[in-house]
Design a protein around this ligand. Sequence first.
Ligand code: GTP
Ligand code: MG
Ligand code: NA
Length: 335
Amino acid sequence: SNKGEETLRAPICCVMGHVDTGKTKLLDCIRGTNVQEGEAGGITQQIGATYFPVENIRERTKELKADAKLNVPGLLVIDTPGHESFTNLRSHGSGLCDIAILVVNIMHGLEPQTIESLNLLRMRNTVFIVALNKIDRLYGWKAQPNKPVRKSLNQQSKDVQNEFDRRLIEVITQFKEQGLNTELYYKNKNMRETFSIVPTSAISGEGIPDLLLLLVQWSQKTMVEKLTFRNECTVLEVKVTKGHGTTIDVVLVNGMLHEGDQIDPIVTTIRALLTPHPMKELRVKGTYLHHKEIKAAQGIKITGKGLEHAIAGTGLYVVRRDDDLEEVKECAMQD
Ligand code: GTP
Ligand code: MG
Ligand code: NA
């Protein structure tokens, strides 16, 4: 087995961009779910989290015949709202992630929240990949479901290819106006200086293999240091879950959680560690899997006493089970 697989944690990838560019729909397409159609007004209003096991990513990218090894256990993907009123959630999401997907609608180019998202990512030096989405909307497009995008583009008429090139160049120019170099990913010779663009369709699945492979390869190549285990956890939401009382949805960014672990600053014991099934969205009601322990990165629902005191957007600290809780409380009071 590959040594990297045991030591690296899953990278966290945040999906950002202007409202209705197709962020949730892209995730639906990868998961085989219908979360977007269940949203009020088709608008995302919360941060979501979905774990994609590496086996699914391998399956989804096999047509690209990538010889590079996938040595992360999976990818935790964070969905964020694009509506202008949710800047705080975008800021929280961008603060959590190792890498991001910035979704741009090929029919609209850069929009106000594209630029806002871009600046949030830049502020933290976060690497991102541009998904140039809705390519199926180009007039005359002939969908090649789930194909790598180069194959798909080669199958289009000359007119469609010209229209694609024209819009691509426009988007590259708009990024340039923001001070960023971007290039179609398979023409990008220097990923450290130039951001990659992956054309996609959340409806036909075209370009999804390319996007997934690029995400995983790029995280592995650049973030070995960051992806090594430590303990970090952050609260997304505090809410009542039927049958469990007040629960917290958290993202375990790094390290490990166990049932029975004591957590600070709420000072409580983890009663149960629940996750949605792989490829299911944490924020959507469903059945949960129970875990004795969980490794990062993962979106988790925690049950236990006193969780109504937790605050969304703040960190959680695991007090090691063999530590004396009183001692930790004293230390906390001294700061
Ligand atoms: P917010 O989370 O509210 O910011 O929106 P979003 O970026 O998550 O977009 P969403 O997934 O809600 O998609 C918005 C609309 O665009 C929906 O009607 C989708 O069906 C449609 N859509 C998304 N992606 C594509 C695509 O690739 N092609 C086409 N034709 N329609 C798409
Ligand atoms: Mg959405
Ligand atoms: Na939407």
